[in-house]
Design a binder for this molecule. Structure first.
Ligand code: BES
Ligand code: ZN
Length: 624
């Protein structure tokens, strides 16, 4: 910390001595500008914008930092005097413009946004190099010790850029609308391998040096790096998986159908544009289920269930290769354009590969998630709009079920109104027309009007869906006959007409089991759960999704049999997936077990990524 302050002071001094102190020119009228206003970035792209990044870094596992340089090819307006980058928790050592050392100013910002790295630009500026180092306050990076990996032999590093964390490991113009290409030279210890969201090696290099190229322009939040002792297994000509040695066979088996998913996706909405589609299975502290880093999905190992039952998540991340990576939300207020479209697309892929009933089940589970999300936001109706206003807030506040499931429901309702055929023609053209560019909600609405609604003379309440809180009345009803069977079983069980052992004998899909557990009536007692558990063995399941929903119910029903409390603790300590752990901690907190939650959290916290720590700290009111 001291070091940062020192550097800040020095840079301020240099700045004040060497640059003219004229006001940074204000941008002119909004409408004539190429880029939208992004309240989460200090960049002023309408003045000067970076188009290509050459990253040259060394990963230092001993000190848990990354150091090196970021060189940008920039484009500037003739009048632009400065270029602004986002930097958070970084030490900026030096800056050169066209290879000449220059002054810079690291203007301290706030907790959410980080700092504004302002660099003076002479007239013919084309290239800016920033020499920097990360600090222990970095939020994107997680350095793991061998104990936290599957093989338990080597250290591991992973990054998470979305939404605005890339600036904590690379000084960058960190707005999703600012797409750029990149090359990277990454030096790691010789016993480890490095992969990025780029063209990747299939084997370890001898000297620990790796060169990467990402020739398609992507958003900064999609720049990603993983370093560890893993290997590659080809799944098809263009798909494959990276995993630690002890997980590679299981992973390859689990993801056997990935090529089928890519083919189904292409058939729906056009060619896969990124050549290669690989997945890396990360250690369990990875804070998300999956992250759609281009060419290389980052995935939690908790989806390796042994029976492909949790691979919907892969369909989701794959779908982002169109919705998100190809056509990208311009700002985080438009996040629903990334996630709502992806959920819709994910379910279409699953339907194409595994049948309509499968897609229907996913939709019903999503509908229940949406209801829970709405309930959680009942005091913040503005957060239930699709288009958000996150000014002054962290983008994380907008990353709720609304973007995912209200977004999905909007598209599903639109589909019901226009018919699937027209819907698909529209979506295919939407992806083609906006490929490798970014889109605001307003631009989407205009495109929808012009290409689907007006030509077909269709009246649709788009604005109500997008700009109003809650769910409009014309929402389609989501049903699944497979779930009706589940609800009948619950009714019978509740009324003593069905025994626990007969419930477990049903040949149910994972979604049915999840639906069953989530809908266990509040009126049933710990004793009822006990007899269920004795037969179904939910407490000891190896399916992480079942664990999560079962633990939630066990807590709600004060059930303590089968050593469930020990299992809950184990789960919270090994798994760092935010959605899973927040669900279980929330259940503890809401059922008078805050003390238990805090006791476990104290042990688990060092294993979690900063993203998960941030959410759980807030939920449990935890202070170090
Ligand atoms: N892009 C998201 C993850 C994300 C969202 C990271 C917002 C940071 C900020 C990813 O595609 C995602 O949605 N993951 C879900 C899985 C999915 C099946 C709903 C997850 O991790 O649970
Ligand atoms: Zn997603």
């Amino acid at each position: 910390m001291k070091k940062i302050i020192q550097i800040l002071t020095i840079s301020f001094l240099i700045w004040n001595c060497t640059t003219d102190k004229k006001e940074i020119p204000k941008t002119t009228t909004k409408s004539s500008l190429k880029y939208a206003t992004d309240v989460h970035s200090y960049a002023k792209p309408n003045e000067a914008v970076a188009k290509h990044l050459d990253l040259d870094i060394k990963v230092d596992f001993k000190n848990k930092i990354i150091s090196g340089s970021a060189t940008y090819k920039i484009e500037k307006n003739v009048n632009a005097k400065y270029i602004h980058f986002d930097a958070k928790a970084l030490v900026i050592k030096n800056v050169t413009v066209n290879d000449k050392k220059t002054s810079f100013n690291l203007v301290k910002g706030d907790e959410i946004h980080g700092d504004n790295l302002t660099i003076a630009l002479p007239k013919d500026s084309k290239k800016v190099t920033i020499f920097y180092e990360t600090t222990h306050k970095t939020e994107a990076l997680q350095f793991l010790n061998p104990q936290q990996t599957a093989d338990k032999k080597q250290a591991f590093l992973l990054t998470q850029g979305q939404a605005i964390l890339t600036r904590t490991w690379i000084p960058i113009q960190d707005s999703p609308q600012l797409r750029l290409t990149y090359n990277a030279k990454v030096s790691v210890p010789t016993n480890l391998m490095a992969v990025m969201s780029a063209e990747n090696p299939k084997e370890k290099s001898e000297n620990g040096m790796y060169n990467f190229t990402m020739k398609q322009a992507i958003s900064p939040y999609l720049i990603a790096l993983a370093v560890g002792d893993f290997e590659y297994r080809k799944l098809s000509e263009r798909t494959g998986v990276y995993a630690e040695h002890s997980l590679i066979d299981k992973s390859a088996k689990e993801f056997e159908d990935v090529e089928k998913m890519v083919l189904a996706a292409e058939k729906l909405y056009g060619a896969y544009n990124w050549e290669q589609y690989d997945i890396i299975v990360l250690p369990p502290s990875f804070p998300f289920g999956g992250m759609e880093n281009p060419r290389l999905t980052f995935a939690t190992p908790t989806i390796i269930a042994g029976d492909k039952s949790l691979t919907t998540l892969i369909a989701h991340e794959l779908a982002h290769s169109w919705s998100g990576n190809l056509v990208t939300n311009a700002t985080w207020d438009d996040f629903w354009l990334n996630e709502g479209f992806t959920v819709y697309f994910e379910r279409r892929i699953m339907e194409a590969v595994y049948g309509k009933k499968y897609g229907d089940m996913l939709a019903v589970i999503g509908r229940q998630d949406l209801d829970e999300g709405l309930e959680g936001l009942k005091d913040n109706p503005n957060d239930t709009k699709l288009k958000l206003d996150l000014n002054g807030r962290t983008p994380d506040d907008g990353m709720t079920d609304i973007a995912y499931e209200k977004g999905f429901l909007f598209l599903k309702t639109l589909e019901a109104k226009v018919g699937r055929e027209k819907m698909d023609v529209f979506l295919k053209s939407y992806f083609k027309k906006h490929a490798f560019s970014t889109i605001t909600t307003e631009k989407f609405i205009a495109y929808l009007d012009e290409n689907l609604l007006i030509p077909n003379k269709i009246d649709f309440n788009t604005n109500e869906w997008i700009y109003k809180p809650g769910i409009p009345k014309n929402q389609v009803k989501i049903t699944s006959d497979k779930f009706e069977i589940v609800m009948q079983v619950i009714e019978k069980w509740k009324n003593g007409k069905m025994m626990a052992k007969d419930i477990c004998n049903q040949d149910w899909a994972i979604q049915q089991k999840i639906h069953f557990i989530r809908n266990i009536p509040a009126s049933l007692t710990a004793k009822d759960l006990e007899s269920l558990d004795a037969h179904c063995k939910y407490t000891h399941t190896t399916n992480s999704y079942i664990s999560m929903v079962w633990f939630e119910q066990a807590i709600k029903h004060s059930y303590h049999g089968q050593n469930v409390d020990k299992k809950i603790e184990e789960f919270l300590i090994t798994v760092g997936r935010r959605w899973y752990v927040t669900t279980v901690y929330r259940a503890l907190k809401n059922n008078n077990r805050l003390e238990d939650a805090l006791r476990i959290y104290k042990k688990a916290r060092p294993n979690y990524h900063s993203v998960t720590v941030g959410s759980v700290d807030e939920m449990l009111g935890f202070e170090e």
